[in-house]
Design a protein around this ligand. Structure first.
Ligand code: ADP
Length: 316
């Protein structure tokens, strides 16, 4: 039987970000304007977001035997994430993203999967007990597909609810879709997965139904400032986003998935959990960086309460 709390299966990356006036050309050396080191990777982002919201979270991932691996472990511990299921791979580096951001806002990114490429079926076997003892499993696609499938199988066979973020988008086998209680593509991913138009809510609902036909339990289409569209075999409904001043939408989708799991785990209905997810993801866009602006439970509740109050006053 499924247990309690949230397990996150996925990637851990260290983002090394430099700002430059103009991209460096081959053979050239240019002065950079700033350098920042951030913890990222979709798996780590979802784990940190869920822990900030107060959930009991454990991370299943691989890091290299290097300083960045130690750094990420410390960050997870500080955030209250159980990091006892991190495997240290002696012959791999911790996943890294080398990011150059130009004054124009354009970026160039080199991602080295490193140890993330080692989160395979063997890890799912090793941690099968942990996987089956959670109530929810959060997954994404930055780690090898065989591991994703094996982890989803281990969790689902124990009655764990599987929430799959199909990002970065890759073709999804029906075998995997059948193991997913929720699949949560954004608009680009939904379009890529189905080859169907997704511009309007009606179009998006048809595309979501295609994923249901292929085996997904329910589909949540994340639609940026438009909020989210929920579709299952019984019907569909739209949950609007919260009005926020978005400055950086990096990891909005990761915060959304984490908050959806936290809301459901806390006993909310699907509709309530989606509203909670919209509020948390909206708040995460109001500050720079992936993990920096992820909110805690009270900030999300305050936002929902404030929004209700505002609507009430508008109707007076
Ligand atoms: P992804 O980050 O995966 O590309 P989205 O851009 O759809 O996904 O963002 C995920 C969620 O973040 C949205 O469903 C919404 O709840 C919230 N969000 C994103 N952008 C905004 C925005 N400009 N205003 C309010 N909420 C936003």
């Amino acid at each position: 039987m499924a247990g309690h709390g949230i397990s996150v299966w996925g990637s851990l990356n260290i983002d090394l970000t430099v700002r430059v006036q103009a991209f460096v050309r081959p053979g050239q050396t240019v002065p950079g304007q700033s350098f920042h080191t951030f913890t990222g990777g979709k798996g780590g982002n979802q784990a940190v977001a869920a822990a900030r919201l107060g959930a009991d979270v454990r991370m299943i991932a691989c890091v290299g035997d290097d300083l960045y691996g130690e750094m990420y472990r410390d960050v997870l511990r500080r955030e209250g994430v159980d990091a006892s299921c991190l495997s240290i791979k002696r012959d791999a580096s911790t996943g890294t993203a080398l990011i150059e951001v130009e004054d124009s806002g354009e970026n160039r990114i080199v991602v080295v999967a490193g140890a993330n490429a080692r989160l395979t079926t063997a890890a799912a076997v090793r941690y099968s007990e942990v996987l089956s003892q959670s109530a929810y499993l959060l997954m994404q696609l930055e780690t090898p597909m065989d591991g994703v499938l094996a982890a989803a199988e281990a969790a689902r066979s124990a009655g764990v609810t599987v929430i799959m973020d199909p990002a970065p988008v890759r073709p999804l086998d029906e075998a995997l879709l059948r193991l997913c209680d929720y699949v949560t593509p954004n608009e680009t991913e939904l379009q890529a997965l189905t080859g169907m138009p997704v511009g309007t809510l009606e179009q998006a609902e048809r595309a979501c139904r295609e994923l249901l036909a292929r085996g997904a339990g329910a589909v949540v289409n994340k639609r940026g400032a438009e909020g989210a569209l929920y579709v299952d075999r019984d019907g569909a409904f739209h949950v609007p986003a919260f009005a926020v001043k978005a400055v950086d939408t990096t990891a909005a989708g990761d915060t959304f998935n984490a908050a959806l799991a936290v809301g459901l785990d806390g006993g909310m209905s699907v509709r309530e959990a989606l509203r909670f997810a919209n509020a948390a993801a909206g708040l995460s866009t109001t500050g720079l960086g992936a993990q920096t602006a992820m909110p805690d439970w009270n900030s999300v509740e305050d936002t929902i309460r404030y929004n209700k109050l505002r609507k009430f006053i508008q109707h007076l």
